[in-house]
Design a protein around this ligand. Structure first.
Ligand code: PEP
Length: 256
């Protein structure tokens, strides 16, 4: 890592998505907690974002382990007639310190745009949660040469007033890399992260140096070391590979 990124403690996030019944979830969480409590400590923060149904159970498993809990999404309102949604105060009540907002699966599958993502991030902040704001270009954007423009626009539109490096993390997740086994090269990741930080600087007139910017998209035990070594990468957001406690732990170890 560069000297600048070393001042930002690495952050490793597991996004289990819609995977895991109670028994599997408990088993995977216990296995991860055992790794974290073992001899090979890592120099980084770990957040697990399970399905909402597992939050209370996992809070008990992770108690005292140093592993933090996150939600995978939240509604922009704190309560009300929103069938099927979960609010930021509910996540906080269930033991979360973080919540993902603006994941591309929400943007694409639920029609969420930047404005809605910013409202969700603001709701997260109001509930005392750190918002993990996801941005990233589609394959069509990249093929058309618009990747950096799209990233800059999403950063500018998805961050609410009051966002600060203490309550916000940005995850750069190219849509075409999620779940595909394909990843951008180090130079492209570096350029995208620079663009995220520049977008932050434009939006808030400074402060981008302290912002943690993560990479997400087909991170595995095989490529984590190379990705975490890219200047400006302060951690990773991991989907598929986080469904194995051993594989996720190997990824975490890449930041030692
Ligand atoms: C994700 O969904 O945020 C993600 C990065 O998934 P995967 O690691 O499976 O590509």
């Amino acid at each position: 890592m560069t000297p600048a990124s070393r001042s930002r403690r690495p952050l490793l996030i597991a996004n289990w998505k819609m995977n895991g019944l109670h028994a599997d979830g408990i088993e995977r969480a216990r296995a991860l907690a055992a790794h974290v409590g073992g001899a090979e400590a890592i120099d980084g923060d770990i957040v697990v974002c399970p399905p909402a149904t597992l939050l209370f159970a996992l809070r008990a498993v992770f108690a005292g382990s140093g592993v933090a809990l996150g939600g995978q999404d939240c509604h922009a309102q704190a309560e009300g007639a929103h069938t099927g949604d979960v609010s930021a105060p509910m996540l906080s009540d269930a033991g979360c310190s973080h919540v993902i907002v603006g994941h591309s699966e929400r943007r694409a599958g639920h029609g969420e745009g930047d404005e809605q993502v910013a409202a969700k991030a603001a709701a997260a902040h109001a509930a005392g949660l750190t918002a993990i704001v996801c941005v990233g270009e589609s394959a069509a954007d990249r093929d058309a040469g618009h990747a950096l423009t799209v990233i800059g626009r999403q950063v500018g539109g998805s961050l609410p007033e009051g966002a600060a490096p203490a309550n916000t993390v940005v995850a750069y997740e190219p849509v075409w890399a999620i779940g595909t086994g394909r990843t951008p090269g180090p130079a492209d990741i570096e350029a995208a992260h620079r663009q995220v930080r520049a977008g932050w600087e434009r939006r808030f007139s400074g402060g981008g140096d302290a912002l943690r910017v993560l990479y997400g998209g087909s991170v595995s035990a095989r490529n984590a070391g190379e990705i975490l070594a890219v200047p400006g990468v302060d951690g990773v957001l991991v989907g598929g590979a986080s469904l194995s406690a051993d594989a996720f732990w190997q990824i975490c170890q890449a930041c030692r």
